[in-house]
Design a protein around this ligand. Structure first.
Ligand code: FES
Length: 297
């Protein structure tokens, strides 16, 4: 018995399959409409960009783009945006203009817009900056905006902060004490001098600019990094924590990937948007670690 499908029947089935695969008239019309709308949008954006480029009072931004989830955008590239300049404009303002006017898929983090939340640290013209604190008028053009180096890029200017948070967590970044005041509602007081000593270290906003600038952290993934060490300094130097807790903190800092990894390159101090003397704090903790290990017979 033959298993071949009779020719006539085969042809009829193929025609039926083709008819099924072919888009209906309505779908074709909708697709054409979508394409025409996309062409009009592209043309409008090109005209706006041309007009802006011709305007002298316009700045040129070259922004890093990458989207691992969208076909055609998986190759890293730079997109150029022309943004009308206004006095007092920051890099964040310019990025927001580019996103709202030209490309709504342009992705970056921001929140407070006043150098407090630490979410918009970026690599601007080759240096780590907070975008909301960086004036356009102080930068050379074209302005090149990239995600923070030495971190995995999630999309466009957004980097994965997981590793940074892990390092912060490793130094137990919270106040600990065995010596609580007597009264339940009594404040745990600190001397004025001690408050002055830790004042600058309390200003950290967890932006990760310092970690991104550090060559040592780039080569040693386990290095605690300047931000975490500074956070440890903030508590180790706080007189209210007491000697036993300080001892525990120094043990964390003395480990192989702790303070001794720092090569005093000062790059972290240079880029810190809150002017924290990070390198100095690390050196002071090195001295504390040495004192801690001195033995007198
Ligand atoms: Fe919060 Fe810049 S947006 S620090």
């Amino acid at each position: 018995m033959s298993t071949q499908v009779p020719k006539q029947q085969e042809e009829t089935e193929t025609e039926a399959e083709l008819a099924e695969q072919e888009p209906s008239k309505g779908e074709r019309r909708r697709e054409e409409k979508r394409q025409r709308a996309a062409e009009r949008r592209e043309q409008r954006q090109a005209e706006e960009a041309e007009k802006a480029a011709a305007d002298e009072n316009t700045i040129e931004l070259k922004v890093f783009r990458y989207d691992p989830e969208v076909e055609g955008k998986q190759e890293p590239r730079f997109d150029t945006f022309h943004v009308p300049f206004e006095k007092g404009m920051t890099v964040l303002d310019a990025l927001m203009y580019a996103r709202d006017t030209y490309d709504s898929s342009l992705t970056f983090r921001h929140s407070c817009r006043q150098a407090i939340c630490g979410s918009d640290a970026m690599f601007v013209n080759g240096t780590q900056h907070l975008a909301c604190k960086t004036q356009i008028s102080e930068l050379n053009q074209p302005i090149r905006v990239e995600p923070l180096p030495h971190a995995d890029v999630t999309k466009d200017l957004v980097v994965d902060m997981e590793h940074f948070y892990d390092q912060m967590e490793a130094v137990e970044p919270y106040f600990q004490t065995n010596d609580l005041p007597d009264g339940e509602l009594e404040e745990q007081r600190q001397t004025r001098e001690n408050r002055e000593k830790v004042k600058m270290s309390t200003r950290c906003i967890w932006c990760s600019a310092c970690m991104s600038s550090c060559n040592v952290a780039a080569g040693d993934n386990e290095y605690l990094g300047p931000a975490a060490i500074n956070k440890a300094y903030r508590f180790a130097m706080d007189e209210r924590e007491g000697e036993d807790i300080k001892q525990k903190r120094l043990e964390i800092l003395e480990q192989e990937h702790g303070v001794w990894r720092c090569q005093t390159q000062f790059s972290c101090t240079e880029v810190c948007p809150k002017d924290i003397p990070l390198t100095e704090h690390i050196q002071e903790l090195k001295r504390e670690a040495v004192k801690n290990n001195l033995k007198f017979w």
